[in-house]
Design a binder for this molecule. Structure first.
Ligand code: ARG
Length: 463
């Protein structure tokens, strides 16, 4: 146990209630900010030295002490198992004093835990955002690989979970590629607002020492300063914003998970998940369950919850700092861990999908999936679309009643509905021609999808 002077004991006569000390302590979780805390403190010590508040010798001694703490935290098992630290900041200060003596007490000059914790969080989150972006890119890569390996595969596209129109499986997968791309964009937009320096704001009023905040910002790789000292220590919008971006990414992952779960049922039979990402049942020997995907879907809810929780935590807080804000950390950490785990799992699942292209082809052909193409045929022969829609509706009803598919209806019957029909109608209502017809940009024609897929491949390899 570290011998130390408390961070704030001077005006107190009584001891803290033990239960309160435990309730108040965040060290069990905010020790995760240790590296960021030390990085920030190293920069602060330099700034104090530059301002002539610390001697070179003191500043070097502090830096050595801080590095030593970092090394021990990384290497020494049990080093962080301190039960009595209030938070990561008080732990580091106490450890510093234990390592280098009274010079350690000088480090907190011109600084408050309020600007310190905001700095730590921003430094930490910046790195985590970079990791989230990398993992999102890996999930995109897995989508592309699956699309490339099944580039001819056609599936029924759905609306209302009813078969709608045939689309290429690759086109479907690239829809998620686009969603993940926006997720990455969002992460980098959030990062730009995260990457600002609060240090130098002090408790709330600014610091009374001539600290060169610009130099500290440069030293720590921040793009800019938090301009107002009260704002710098008061807001956690950057945390909420990141969790919001993570929530959207989780929503996308969850929808993809849901699709794949449905597609892997016996009822659909479009895909099979390999044993590597499936589990069995403790009772039913025949079962193979998509737990990996269900967990992704389930975990999305946690991140949505953290987002709502933090908004609620912040909404009534008077400026500036309030201890309520300590609650930001577990929400943020769990959101990060959940997002990371889910992105990684999704990439793995996608690499363990086998597609039953025969089954999807049949499904894409059935249920009058090219009825819209039949209406378009009439439109190209100068019928108004609404009238063509109505007429094809009647043709479909007739086909259902006579147990025929669209290609099985004889031309004479077609012509009874409209004289605009000719022999060439049959070649225009196949799945293949339906796909070919969607050649406008963004559509599912094989040429467009090939183009989109190679663009995506280039983005992911070189972008
Ligand atoms: N552990 C605290 C938090 O996370 C650090 C800041 C404490 N500041 C204070 N004035 N009590 O919010």
């Amino acid at each position: 146990m570290l011998q130390r002077m408390k961070l704030w004991g001077g005006r107190f006569k009584g001891e803290a209630d033990e239960g309160f000390a435990r309730f108040n302590s965040s060290f069990a979780f905010d020790r995760r900010l240790m590296e960021a805390d030390i990085e920030g403190s190293l920069a602060h010590a330099e700034a104090l030295a530059a301002a002539g508040i610390l001697s070179e010798g003191e500043s070097n001694k502090i830096a050595r002490g801080l590095r030593e703490i970092m090394r021990r935290a990384r290497e020494e098992k049990g080093y962080l198992d301190s039960r009595d630290a209030e938070d990561v900041h008080s732990f580091v200060e106490a450890a510093l004093v234990a390592a280098i003596g009274d010079a350690g007490y000088k480090l907190h000059t011109g600084r408050s835990r309020n600007d310190q914790v905001a700095t730590d969080l921003r430094l930490f989150l910046r790195g985590e955002i970079d990791t989230s972006q990398e993992l999102t890119r890996e999930a995109q890569r897995a989508l592309i690989e699956l699309a490339e390996a099944n580039s001819d595969c056609v599936i029924p596209g759905y609306t209302h979970l009813q078969r709608a129109q045939p689309i290429l499986f690759a086109h479907y997968l690239l829809a998620y590629y686009e969603m993940f791309k926006r997720d990455r964009e969002r992460f980098s937009q959030v990062r730009a607002r995260v990457n600002r320096l609060p240090l130098g704001a002090g408790a709330l009023a600014g610091t009374g020492f001539p600290i060169d905040r610009e130099a500290v910002a440069r030293r720590l790789g921040f793009d800019a300063l938090c301009e107002n000292s009260v704002d710098a220590v008061s807001d956690r919008d950057f945390v909420i914003e990141f969790i919001g971006a993570a929530a959207l990414a989780m929503m996308h992952l969850s929808r993809l998970a849901e699709d794949l779960i449905i597609y892997s049922t016996a009822e659909f039979g479009f895909i099979e998940l390999s044993d590597a990402v499936s589990t069995g049942s403790s009772l039913m020997p025949q079962k193979k369950n998509p737990d990996s995907l269900e967990l992704i879907r389930g975990k999305a809810g946690r991140v949505f919850g953290h987002h709502a929780a933090l908004l609620a935590t912040m909404k009534g807080l008077p400026l500036a700092y309030n201890k309520d804000m300590q609650e930001d950390k577990e929400a943020l950490f769990d959101s990060i861990d959940t997002l990371r785990g889910s992105l990684g799992m999704m990439a793995t699942v996608l690499r363990n999908v086998r597609v039953n292209a025969e089954r999807t082809r049949i499904a894409a052909t059935e249920n009058y999936s090219t009825a819209t193409d039949l209406a378009d045929y009439l439109v190209r022969r100068a019928m108004e679309f609404r009238k063509a829609h109505d007429l094809v509706g009647k043709i479909v009803t007739y086909a259902i009643e006579s147990g025929k598919s669209l290609v099985e209806i004889p031309l004479d019957d077609y012509r009874r509905f409209s004289v605009l029909f000719d022999e060439d109608v049959y070649s225009e209502i196949t799945v293949h021609s339906s796909l070919l017809g969607k050649g406008a940009s963004g559509g599912t024609s094989p040429a467009r999808v090939r183009e989109a897929l190679s663009k995506a491949r280039a983005e992911i390899d070189h972008g």
